[in-house]
Design a protein around this ligand. Structure first.
Ligand SMILES: O=C[C@H](O)[C@H](O)[C@H](O)COP(=O)(O)O
Length: 234
């Protein structure tokens, strides 16, 4: 990652930190942008700021522990004030593609348990139509081929097609924190994300997918000219 790109992620994360107030119960996202947020948050915590966070992945949990950000679980704290997370794509109406890091299931559970979700990203993530980034679909390993066929035909019924790939980690299939697999679906432009979301949810082997609809209410998008606040109407 270039230094400039990292700087943009830090700027977006800093803007999101401005939304965090003392005593908040936070959902803490996953990925390189969310990690910049954790670093900034940890510095505030070291100054005496009091927050408690639910991490959306084991990776984020490790970083929080390392940097001294106090953690809880969603079972102990089932209602959160604010989730801050990155995204792979940010489309109109703050529809998102997430899961490039494989954390989409916990990310979606945590975001849905939060009163608000704020997205932090650099400007390269903003798109007019979702789908250039392959859509991550988390699936049960049982019946993988049947599930892949079902995904293919559900997509076809919506006029979508393209290769499906089981995500790999070196020689082996990538395994999520929940012990599932990820199928990356390169469908190209997803003109009706809601219809695709519903169709994927109807497939028994699909655990969850990376389309985040009606979850985020604000995005902080960092570009060369500064950080732009994007709301639901944009
Ligand atoms: O599973 C991973 C997450 O959805 C990430 O938030 C997403 O992939 C964006 O990550 P990054 O900030 O590293 O681009």
């Amino acid at each position: 990652m270039s230094g400039d790109m990292r700087e943009l992620k830090i700027e977006a994360a800093r803007a999101a930190l401005g939304q965090v107030t003392d005593g908040m119960r936070l959902g803490i996202g996953t990925g390189s942008t969310a990690e910049e947020f954790v670093r900034l948050l940890a510095a505030r915590v070291a100054e005496g700021f009091s927050v408690i966070g639910v991490p959306t992945s084991e990776r984020t949990a490790r970083l929080c522990v390392e940097l001294g950000v106090p953690l809880t679980t969603l079972d102990e704290t089932p209602a959160l004030d604010l989730t801050i997370d990155g995204a792979d794509e940010v489309g109109p109406g703050l529809a998102l593609i997430k899961g490039g890091g494989g954390a989409l299931l916990r990310e979606k559970i945590v975001a849905a348990a939060s009163r608000r979700m704020v997205v932090i990203a650099d400007k390269s993530k903003m798109v007019e139509t979702l789908g250039q980034f392959p859509l991550p679909v988390e699936v049960n390993a049982f019946g993988l081929r049947a599930t892949m066929l079902a995904i293919e035909s559900a997509a076809q019924a919506l006029g979508l097609s393209g290769p499906l790939a089981v995500r790999q980690a070196g020689e082996k299939p990538f395994e999520t924190d929940g012990g599932h697999l990820i199928v990356d679906a390169s469908f190209g432009r997803i003109r009706d994300p809601r219809a695709l979301s519903n169709a994927l949810h109807a497939i028994p082997g699909v655990v969850e997918h990376g389309l985040f609809l009606d979850l985020a209410d604000t995005a902080f998008i960092a570009g060369d000219g500064g950080v732009r606040t994007v709301g639901l109407s944009e």
